[in-house]
Design a protein around this ligand. Sequence first.
Ligand SMILES: Cc1ncc(C[n+]2csc(CCOP(=O)(O)OP(=O)(O)O)c2C)c(N)n1
Ligand SMILES: [Mg+2]
Length: 209
Amino acid sequence: LAATLNELQSEDQRPYIYLPEVGNSYFTSYSLKVRGSELGRSWLTNPWYGAMGTSMPYARVVAQQVKKRALDERTVVITGDGGFHFQLNELIHFLKDQTAVTIIYMRNNVFHLGKSADTPIYHCNDKLFDVHSLVAAYQGQSKMCRTVAEFKQCFSDYINENKGVKLIEVPAVPEESRQCNEIRLLNLYIKATNGMPEAVEQWNKVKQG
Ligand SMILES: Cc1ncc(C[n+]2csc(CCOP(=O)(O)OP(=O)(O)O)c2C)c(N)n1
Ligand SMILES: [Mg+2]
């Protein structure tokens, strides 16, 4: 995802102000290359011990400021499904304020980051949940994108239109082989800290470079 966004941002002079939520999105966002924003920050996330729950309120204020100062910049939220769902109360403000936001919704139906078992407590979503009906209620637009090409087209369309709530649903497979390097390293570190012999060996190799 970061590589794709970097490509899109490099071809676009308008700065994207990224609001990554804590979860896989947060770690993915470490690889983002940003342009300078007039607001002074183009990557803004929660510094308070990594607590989830700030991307939407932050995005709301960023979008308000972008509008108020008439900046040619874009507000982009990158979020997991769990993190997004408990901040849905914020969505109404984009409609009330007539502000614009593009939300990248990384859907895996689970609280994945930090998950340490396959128990129901991690099941934060349901396969039948229709996020598109939700966005429609806020007079927004949304699309599910399965390929990089689809994503690029949809993201560019939404960024160009720059109106109201736009959401791109990206199916995220919670498998090691599909994850960014930062997440792979984090999971390896957690396993090594938990004393798994194979992970300890691999982690020591990583540390030695
Ligand atoms: C308030 C709060 N509760 C719990 C956590 C622990 N936590 C960190 S990431 C995460 C899962 C996030 O799930 P989701 O938003 O679906 O993103 P994913 O990891 O699946 O990409 C949890 C529960 C936290 N950081 N902050
Ligand atoms: Mg999730």
